[in-house]
Design a protein around this ligand. Structure first.
Ligand SMILES: *[C@@H]1O[C@H](CO)[C@@H](O)[C@H](O)[C@H]1NC(C)=O
Ligand SMILES: *[C@@H]1O[C@H](CO)[C@@H](O)[C@H](O)[C@H]1NC(C)=O
Ligand SMILES: *[C@@H]1O[C@H](CO)[C@@H](O)[C@H](O)[C@H]1NC(C)=O
Ligand SMILES: *[C@@H]1O[C@H](CO)[C@@H](O)[C@H](O)[C@H]1NC(C)=O
Ligand SMILES: *[C@@H]1O[C@H](CO)[C@@H](O)[C@H](O)[C@H]1NC(C)=O
Ligand SMILES: *[C@@H]1O[C@H](CO)[C@@H](O)[C@H](O)[C@H]1NC(C)=O
Ligand SMILES: *[C@@H]1O[C@H](CO)[C@@H](O)[C@H](O)[C@H]1NC(C)=O
Ligand SMILES: *[C@@H]1O[C@H](CO)[C@@H](O)[C@H](O)[C@H]1NC(C)=O
Length: 517
């Protein structure tokens, strides 16, 4: 059964590679308008590549896209869904194959879109958009991709556990991409640019590996997958990283400066692209039980290293994957995972909750353990807004968590220094593209975490009306100028939009029958 799948996949791959030659670069394709245009006022382009140029295919996914036509009344909203949901499958599956030393070990190299490298966070999220297909045994392409991504991530984590973005595996025969920004980076510990594209230590990178692992196991119960390849040793590495990053604060108890487990300096004009204090970042107090992170999921540096959203995500999925570890018979590791998850969660509730004058108890975005906190949110996931999306709250909308609800209300107001307002779109942004640039991704998260139909349709309306005719989800948009946006090809955000539409179809179908003209 598995052999058959692999053979079929390789044949499809060979065909695709043979045809690749005549296929336009999607980087260019996504910047041009293509007929047929949608019939609504936004006249949205058709942005799916020619079937022969798609990097992977799934009849089941195409079936869902066709089926949604009768469930999404607005022609522009439907077109946006058609273009965005399959974007990872259509454009970002750069290579699929097997490990050189084990033909049963699937590998999949998934690029972010416009950058020819695989981020741990992006690739996890790109797969998570297709989670609903995993349970369908007659749709094997997704399960194979999940396994391929997890195996490659496990390899990356063991090779360079503090890095965030990686080069193609040697088996692919694809050359490493030059990262001009990273050429002068001074990073400890050192890494090889043949396997690493960028080495920013982000706690959410390793948390995303755990999240994807948990999702695959929950959907498939395929315990043998976790037994047969590198998963256990990768998780052991993750635990080692988290332990060191929890237990190595800036100073020893006697006040000496610790040797930092990670340092990063870049020759840059951007303050958020390098670390303070000669590469170690702002001082962090020990004994908090929280895990440090040098960078955020935006790849911007943290102001205070006890970055709360990544601690939330990490605790949640360390706990979730401890079940897998115990099924594998590694009782010691499983109990270590559960204990650490419980203590991080307790530390968040004890140390990261601050009292706001207007909103009451809220979660801080970052703290330093000395009493300083950074109150804001950033569009990238994990964010505070997305806590229910990655499972930190006990229900899907965080409605039973009053601290989350207070935090959410503050984040979606002008008391979040990175909430962007304007006539084009109102959404959380972040320092990565700067003030004035709102991120549609944050409005997608707003939809996923809301039970309020007015709030959901307002956010949808803004997303549909702000693609500048391209019918794709861009990274950020100037809230006063719809033609000023960043990243024509950002696969993760596109998949996330499709996921949100399918989610609404299940729980609030009437919102998809509204007009967004
Ligand atoms: C839709 O956009 C395309 C590309 O810009 C343009 O050629 C076409 O005339 C537009 N159609 C309408 C009805 O505005
Ligand atoms: C599973 O995938 C098959 C093959 O693409 C499709 O025909 C079927 O409708 C899917 N089943 C479900 C429950 O989605
Ligand atoms: C393949 O190589 C990896 C990395 O060197 C190693 O950990 C793994 O055990 C090898 N697998 C087999 C089946 O030899
Ligand atoms: C890959 O790198 C090799 C060695 O530098 C070079 O000869 C080859 O042309 C490159 N291949 C591609 C597809 O760029
Ligand atoms: C790797 O680093 C070397 C030395 O700085 C540089 O010459 C080379 O171009 C880099 N390769 C890539 C793929 O970044
Ligand atoms: C771990 O998972 C169990 C079962 O879902 C749950 O009851 C517990 O609260 C979770 N603990 C943490 C720290 O997430
Ligand atoms: C629902 O959302 C709208 C728009 O954001 C807001 O004005 C309204 O107060 C919300 N209703 C509830 C019950 O929260
Ligand atoms: C809006 O942004 C576009 C693209 O950057 C630019 O060409 C145009 O001049 C801007 N319009 C205004 C009114 O600033």
């Amino acid at each position: 059964m598995k052999l058959l799948t692999l053979t079929a996949a390789s044949a499809a791959l060979a065909t695709a590679q043979a045809q690749q030659v005549s296929c336009p670069d999607y980087l260019d394709y996504a910047k041009e308008y293509h007929a047929p245009f949608s019939t609504g006022r936004y006249n949205l382009s058709y942005q799916r590549p020619d079937p022969a140029c798609r990097t992977a295919a799934s009849p089941a996914l195409d079936g869902v896209i066709a089926d949604m036509q009768s469930k999404v009344a607005d022609p522009d909203l439907y077109r946006l869904f058609v273009n965005s949901f399959p974007n990872t499958l259509d454009t970002a599956i750069r290579w699929q194959g097997v490990a050189a030393n084990n033909s049963a070990e699937e590998l999949a190299f998934i690029i972010t879109g416009d950058i020819n490298a695989m981020w741990l966070r992006d690739s996890s999220n790109q797969m998570l958009s297709y989670l609903s297909f995993l349970k369908n045994a007659s749709t094997p392409v997704f399960a194979s991709l999940y396994r391929g991504v997890l195996n490659l991530q496990a390899r990356y984590i063991q090779t360079s556990p503090l890095c965030n973005s990686f080069q193609p595996p040697v088996e692919s025969g694809i050359n490493a991409s030059l990262n001009q920004y990273a050429l002068t980076d001074e990073v400890y510990p050192p890494y090889s640019n043949l396997s690493v594209f960028e080495c920013k230590y982000e706690l959410d990178s390793i948390a995303s590996f755990l999240e994807l692992s948990s999702a695959y196991y929950t959907a498939t119960s395929d315990i043998d997958f976790f037994r047969n390849f590198q998963w256990v040793s990768a998780v052991q590495t993750v635990l080692n990283v988290a332990t060191v990053m929890r237990d190595t604060p800036t100073y020893t108890p006697k006040g000496m400066v610790n040797q930092s487990p990670y340092t990063f300096q870049r020759d840059t004009t951007s303050a958020s692209e390098t670390l303070l204090n000669m590469g170690i970042g702002s001082p962090v107090k020990g004994g908090t039980g929280l895990v440090r992170s040098a960078f955020r999921p935006s790849d911007d540096s943290t102001i205070y290293q006890l970055f709360i959203p990544a601690n939330m995500q990490f605790a949640t999925h360390l706990n979730g994957t401890s079940t897998i570890m115990s099924q594998l018979g590694h009782a010691d590791l499983a109990s270590q995972m559960k204990t650490m998850a419980t203590s991080i969660r307790a530390a968040i509730e004890k140390r990261a909750v601050v009292t706001d004058e207007t909103y009451g108890k809220i979660y801080a975005f970052e703290i330093d353990g000395c009493g300083s906190s950074n109150i804001m949110d950033d569009a990238n996931i994990p964010s505070l807004l997305a806590a229910p999306v990655y499972g930190y709250t006990s229900d899907m909308y965080g409605s039973s968590n009053q601290i989350y609800q207070n935090t959410r209300a503050k984040i979606l107001s002008d008391e979040n220094p990175y909430f962007m307002e304007g006539p084009v779109i109102n959404a959380v942004g972040g320092p990565h593209q700067g003030p004035g640039m709102a991120w549609p991704m944050a409005n997608i998260v707003r939809i996923l975490t809301s039970e309020n139909q007015t709030e959901i349709s307002t956010a949808l309306r803004e997303i549909v009306s702000s693609t500048d005719g391209y019918g794709l989800i861009h990274e950020s948009i100037n809230t006063f100028n719809v033609s000023d946006w960043t990243r024509e090809w950002f696969s993760w955000a596109n998949g996330l939009f499709g996921q949100a539409i399918l989610d609404l179809e299940g729980r609030m179908p009437e919102v998809l029958m509204e007009s967004y003209q």
